[in-house]
Design a protein around this ligand. Structure first.
Ligand code: C5P
Length: 226
């Protein structure tokens, strides 16, 4: 019974800290983790690798349906993500793949193709689901919905540090522009636009550390009404 499995959804724009926060919350609760952005990134990467145009809806949806992807070491720090048996854990984090992801994510048939796959991550003892539409579309019955936000400048600077730590060099200005474009595309698309779900707990993380955000979410989970 999927309904009886507890779910916490964590939605919000890129660079807001969703990934790290969700990973820690999942580990603290001993639950599974769904990094839904990684699925869109895999579809984007798959299209780029195969030379499929990012706006060719039927072709990209077919790639999404048959996506041969594995996530191993789930809620750990070192999740290995493979596409067609090749480790693409780092490659999918680049800005070019992020941008491809947000383009394919605007196609309704692609979102539909990924819906069931995302729901299959919901297994006992519980799931923390990280994305843009986890609380609004994929898990509308989640017991706790969280929406994280932060200023664009802060998000760009976090992404910059993250990429730099991985040895990927980009300019801060270029990142800020990418974030603005991606926000606009994610918020204005026709299907599943990014917005807080009804009843979501909204947390502005601009001036908050990861640990504080995690504690806020765990407090909201422990103190939720029955
Ligand atoms: O969260 P992340 O930056 O990895 O997501 C990459 C892109 O995938 C986002 O910009 C967004 O367009 C898309 N996405 C989405 N719905 C989700 C998760 C990600 O549309 N649930």
């Amino acid at each position: 019974m999927v309904d009886s499995i507890p779910v916490i959804t964590v939605d919000g724009p890129g660079g807001v800290g969703k990934g790290t926060v969700s990973r820690i919350v999942a580990a603290r609760l001993g639950w599974h983790l769904l990094d839904s952005g990684a699925l869109y990134r895999l579809v984007g990467l798959s299209a780029l690798k195969r030379g499929v145009a990012l706006d060719d809806e039927p072709e990209v949806a077919a790639l999404a349906t048959h996506l041969d992807a594995q996530f191993t070491g789930n809620s750990g720090d070192n999740t290995v993500i493979t596409l067609d048996n090749v480790d693409v854990s780092d490659e999918i984090r680049t800005e070019s793949v992020g941008s491809a992801a947000s383009r394919v994510a605007a196609l309704p048939a692609v979102r539909q193709a990924l819906l069931e796959r995302q729901r299959r991550f919901c297994r006992p003892p519980g799931l923390v689901a990280d994305g843009r539409d986890m609380g609004t579309v994929v898990f509308p019955d989640a017991q706790l919905k969280v929406f994280l936000q932060a200023s664009r400048e802060e998000r760009a600077s976090r992404r910059y540090k993250q990429l730099k730590d991985k040895g990927i060099s980009v300019s801060l200005d270029a990142l800020l522009r990418e974030i603005e474009e991606r926000d606009a595309r994610d918020s204005n698309r026709q299907v599943a636009p990014m917005r807080p779900a009804e009843g979501a707990v909204i947390i502005d993380t601009t001036h908050m550390g990861i640990a504080d955000v995690v504690e806020n979410i765990l407090r909201a989970w422990n103190g939720r009404p029955d």
